[in-house]
Design a protein around this ligand. Structure first.
Ligand SMILES: Cc1cc2nc3c(=O)[nH]c(=O)nc-3n(C[C@H](O)[C@H](O)[C@H](O)COP(=O)(O)OP(=O)(O)OC[C@H]3O[C@@H](n4cnc5c(N)ncnc54)[C@H](O)[C@@H]3O)c2cc1C
Length: 473
């Protein structure tokens, strides 16, 4: 295989040109670069909103590459078969990609690497999705971290390379292989009419992500620590949807945070800590992949959580109709925007797993279907943290009171007004757009009466504590 043969750049969750080690390495190889995105089983398995959002990102990235005199080749099929076919069609001698860390991707990538190597094709994976490779952070005893604070202390002073600019030129092959059309993939099909509503809130692509980061550092990072818990405050970066698609690198966030610290912006260190929560989530998933599928602490297997996804109370939770305003506001925010504020994520998760005594997996699945920033590691860690079954979890008996949480974090009801329409004389546009997004079969209207609570804050707390005490005793 000559060195002038093309290199396939297998594009995955790294939809960016800047600070992309896989792309930089492909361009640095001196070979023509053939970027390819594969719609394989891992894409097919995504929840509705996550798949739609990835489709938006891929479509945008294809346009970006086109503007750089390159092209994104789209193919559907099993990754190895597609890569082998492209090797045959292009005469490529090498394949490179940015690493993924969830168990299914790890297994697939290992098999692809082994098979391509047997074929005599150079196959290489490089970092780029995380700041710290999960296996490089170890306790003094050589184990992985189960608790966040020591993990933070172990990494906070580690050198992190500066983000690299986009390559000047992406060398193109003499002939491009055929590509499929993204429209034929129907990535938004499962969103139905909700897609048009969520689209108003998405911020797609590398430039948009960079602008978002710049605006956050300019106007909000200084007050981040003080204001990040107030869901109506627009105090956070909103970069999770971009990070999960790889439209911006974690190094870009890290260095923006460091510069803001140097400039004396008080909230910046807390922003770095939150970025490290993302690292910690992937560290946990890498070392204990069952975090997404089973109680991390086996002791919770006997807890009497219900797994009935169609119980009336659970349907009310999913539809934002529990009658607990802060819970309903959070669930509606997610339905309309594809995101939910971190504080309300904790509150709705607590209400489901404690007040409604329903298994965290029911909630994890609903989130996976409705979040545009869905991230398997952060989602699993978040649910198990709230439920009490995870590593470094909040103790089960510490139950969020959704009424006092609303008084504390939404004292002027700005968040509730943004998301609840029923009973308001002049409901906000965002609150009304919920009714535009949900399936007509739910039969909901802004003119409905706001429901009475399915389980009150006090009753739910009593029930949950009784179950916990019975288990402990
Ligand atoms: C039940 C539950 C489910 C969650 N599911 C997801 C998910 O699917 N995808 C997801 O990205 N986050 C998830 N989170 C974490 C968190 O809520 C979001 O990362 C955050 O709200 C994103 O908003 P932001 O980008 O404005 O964050 P910022 O406050 O601006 O923080 C910057 C970045 O740090 C990371 N981060 C912040 N908080 C956390 C956290 N608690 N855990 C892990 N990373 C964090 C994110 O990458 C975020 O974009 C979940 C939390 C809970 C409690």
């Amino acid at each position: 295989m000559s060195d002038a043969s093309p290199i396939l750049w297998w594009v995955r969750r790294d939809l960016r040109l800047a600070d992309n080690p896989a792309l930089a390495s492909a361009c640095g190889s001196g070979r023509p670069v053939v970027p390819v995105f594969i719609h394989d089983g891992s894409v097919a398995a995504l929840g509705a909103a996550a798949k739609w959002r990835l489709g938006q990102g891929v479509e945008h990235f294809a346009r970006m590459l086109g503007a750089r005199n390159s092209r994104l080749i789209l193919r559907r099929g099993a990754a190895l078969e597609v890569l082998r076919a492209l090797v045959a069609e292009t005469g490529a001698g090498a394949v490179i990609w940015s690493r993924a860390y969830d168990p299914d991707s790890v297994a697939r990538d290992k098999a692809v690497k082994a098979a391509l190597s047997t074929d005599g094709i150079e196959a290489r994976s490089v970092p780029g999705f995380l700041l710290f490779e999960p296996w490089t952070v170890e306790t003094g005893q050589g184990a992985f971290y189960r608790v966040y604070t020591p993990f933070w202390k172990a990494v906070r002073d580690r050198p992190v390379a500066e983000p690299q600019p986009a390559p000047g030129i992406i060398p193109r092959p003499e002939r491009w292989p055929a590509t499929e059309e993204i429209e034929s993939w129907r990535m938004g099909a499962a969103m139905r009419r909700g897609a048009a509503v969520v689209a108003r809130h998405a911020c797609v692509g590398e430039e948009a992500a960079q602008d978002r980061l710049a605006a956050f550092v300019e106007a909000r990072i200084a007050d981040y620590k003080a204001r990040r818990d107030f869901p109506a405050a627009n105090a956070t970066s909103h970069l999770s949807e971009n990070l999960t698609c790889g439209e911006i690198s974690p190094r870009a966030l890290w260095h923006a945070g460091l510069s803001a610290m140097d400039a004396g912006k008080a909230g910046a260190e807390h922003f770095l800590k939150e970025i490290v929560w993302r690292e910690f989530a992937w560290h946990l998933m890498w070392h204990s992949p069952h975090i997404a599928t089973a109680n991390w602490r086996e002791g919770w297997d006997s807890f009497p959580w219900s797994t009935d996804e169609t119980a009336a109370e659970v349907l009310a939770w999913k539809q934002g109709r529990t009658g607990i305003p802060l819970v309903d506001a959070g669930m509606r925010e997610m339905y309309v925007t594809g995101r939910m504020h971190n504080r309300t994520r904790m509150i709705v998760a607590s209400y489901l797993t404690k007040h409604l005594m329903t298994h965290w997996q029911v909630g994890l699945k609903w989130f996976a279907d409705h979040l545009t920033d869905w991230d398997p590691a952060a989602n699993a860690m978040g649910w198990q943290w709230v439920a009490g079954s995870g590593p470094d979890a909040a103790p089960y008996f510490r139950i969020f009171n959704p009424v006092s949480q609303a008084e504390k974090f939404d004292p002027d009801h700005a968040y509730l007004d943004a998301w609840i329409a029923e009973g308001r004389v002049r409901p906000s546009d965002t609150a009304l757009s919920y009714f535009e997004a949900v399936p007509p079969s739910w039969g909901l209207s802004p003119a409905d009466r706001y429901p009475a609570s399915v389980v009150s804050a006090e009753e739910g707390r009593r029930r949950a504590l009784a179950a916990y005490e019975a288990r402990s005793g």
